[in-house]
Design a protein around this ligand. Structure first.
Ligand code: GMT
Length: 377
C-alpha cells in the first residue's frame, strides 16, 4: 500500500508513535510518505520505502498568523495526487484530521477518493480539543474521517463523553518494538549513580499535565531515606519549576541529572530502578511503556489510560493523581525489597511484550485494507 502519514515532528508521543509506525510499515514493504512541518525526530531516512514532504508555509507580511493548515491541506493534496497514495493516516486531530478532510474534498473534485484514518492521541481530545476555538472543528473532522482509532479505552470513552461522535472509535493501543531493547547492558550505570544508589527516572515533554512537582517531591522524600539519584529526560516549559526546585534545594543538585532530549533514551532507561509518571492526564503513557520494555517498573498516577499500561502491584504501582505520599511509599517498598524489584522488572518487561509491534502492526494494516475496500465499493 501507499500510505500518507501526517504527524508532529517533535518528541511528543503522537509524533513518535506515527514515526515508528511508518518506519515499520515501510519495513514491511509499504511505501510511506510522511508529511510534517519538519523532519520527524525519530525518522530514519536511510530505510527503504520512506519519503518525507515538508509542509512549506509561505511567510507573507499581511498575515499575523501564517496559515499552516492551508499549506498542509495543499501538501496532502499534491502528495496524494503525485504518488497515488491509497490512504491518509492523520495522527492527532488538530490540525491533521481537519486539514486531511479539506485535502480529501479537493481530491474528490479531481475524481480521486482517498480514505482518511484519524488516530486520536490524547490532548487533542482531553485538553486542546476542548477549547471553544477548536472543539467544533475537532468533532467535525472526527465525524468526517472514514475510520477513527484511539490509543486507549480510556481515550475512546473520553471522546464519546466530550464530543458528539457519530463514528465507531476502534481502540488500537500504542506499541513498542521490543527488539531494540535486547542489546543493552549495565556497563555505564556508574556514570549516573554509585552502586549503592537507586536511580529514579522521568521522561516527558515537561508540560504542566506531567506534574513535575510530584516527580520532584517524591524524589526529595525517597532520597531522605534511601540513597537515590533522579534523571530527568526531556525539555519543556516546566523545566523552570525544576530549576526553582534546585535553587531551593542546593544539596540535591548533585543528585539530579537533567539530560534534555537524548538519542540514547533506551540505553539510559536500562540503568533505572524505577520510572515515575505522576501525570494529571495521560491517554496512554508511551513513556511508561518504553520504560517497561527496558525492564523498569513504573510508579504512575491513575490518569486516563495509564492503568491499561501499568498494572498495579505487578509492573509497578498506581496511586491517585497528586497522591505523593503513596508514590513515596510504593517507591520505598520497591527499593527496600530487592526480590520485589527484580520480580517487577520481569513483570514490566513481560507486559511490554503484549504491546509489541508484531501484535499491533497487523491491526493498522487490516484497517487500511478495510478502508480502501470500503472506498472502492
Ligand atoms: O502529552 C504528551 O506527551 C504528548 C502527546 C502527543 O500527542 O504528542 O502525547 C499523547 O499521545 C501519546 C501517544 O499516543 C500518549 O502516550 C500520551 O499519553 C498522550 N498524552 C496525554 O494524553 C497527556
Amino acid at each position: 500500500m501507499k500510505i500518507g502519514i501526517l504527524c508532529y515532528p517533535t518528541y511528543g508521543g503522537s509524533g513518535i508513535v506515527a514515526t515508528e509506525l511508518g518506519m515499520l510499515l515501510a519495513n514491511n514493504g509499504h511505501e510511506v510518505h510522511f508529511m510534517s512541518s519538519n523532519m520527524p525526530a525519530r525518522l530514519n531516512m536511510t530505510q527503504p520505502n520512506i519519503y518525507f514532504h515538508k509542509v512549506n508555509v509561505e511567510i507573507y507580511p499581511l498575515f499575523k498568523y501564517q496559515p499552516y493548515d492551508i499549506a498542509l491541506s495543499s501538501t496532502i493534496y499534491h502528495v496524494v495526487k503525485i504518488y497515488k497514495l491509497d490512504i491518509i493516516h492523520a495522527h492527532y486531530a488538530i490540525p491533521y484530521a481537519y486539514a486531511a478532510y479539506m485535502a480529501k474534498q479537493m481530491l474528490k473534485d479531481d475524481g480521486i477518493e482517498t480514505p482518511l484514518i484519524t488516530t486520536l492521541h490524547g490532548t487533542d481530545i482531553t485538553l486542546v480539543g476542548q477549547h471553544p476555538s477548536y472543539k467544533k472543528s475537532v468533532e467535525f473532522s472526527i465525524n468526517k474521517s472514514d475510520f477513527v482509532t484511539s490509543v486507549s479505552e480510556s481515550l475512546m470513552k473520553d471522546t464519546y463523553i466530550n464530543f458528539d461522535i457519530k463514528k465507531e472509535i476502534k481502540v488500537i493501543h500504542n506499541f513498542i518494538d521490543n527488539g531494540v531493547f535486547t542489546s543493552f547492558n549495565n556497563c555505564c550505570r556508574s556514570h549516573f549513580a554509585e552502586d549503592h544508589e537507586k536511580i529514579m527516572i522521568h521522561v516527558s515533554n515537561l508540560r504542566k499535565v506531567k506534574r513535575i512537582e510530584d516527580v520532584l517531591e517524591v524524589f526529595k522524600k525517597v532520597q531522605q531515606e534511601i540513597p537515590t539519584r533522579l534523571i530527568i529526560i526531556g525539555e519543556g516549559p516546566e523545566m523552570e519549576r525544576v530549576n526553582n526546585f534546585m535553587e531551593k534545594h542546593p544539596t540535591l543538585i548533585p543528585k539530579i541529572r537533567l539530560m534534555g532530549k537524548v538519542n540514547e533514551l533506551y540505553q539510559i532507561l536500562a540503568y533505572a530502578d524505577v520510572f515515575i509518571l505522576p501525570s494529571q492526564q495521560e491517554s496512554f503513557g508511551l513513556a511508561a511503556l518504553e520504560a517497561m520494555a527496558a525492564g523498569v517498573p513504573v510508579i504512575s498516577s491513575n490518569a486516563g489510560g495509564l492503568p491499561e499500561v501499568n498494572k498495579h502491584s505487578s509492573t509497578g504501582f498506581i496511586a491517585d493523581i497528586g497522591d505523593v505520599d503513596s508514590m513515596v511509599e510504593y517507591t520505598k517498598k520497591l527499593f527496600l525489597d530487592p526480590e520485589l524489584l527484580a520480580q517487577m522488572k520481569i513483570n514490566a518487561k513481560e507486559n511490554a511484550m503484549k504491546f509489541d509491534i508484531s501484535n499491533i502492526l497487523p491491526l493498522y494494516e487490516d484497517l487500511y485494507k478495510k478502508a480502501i475496500i470500503q472506498q472502492i465499493t
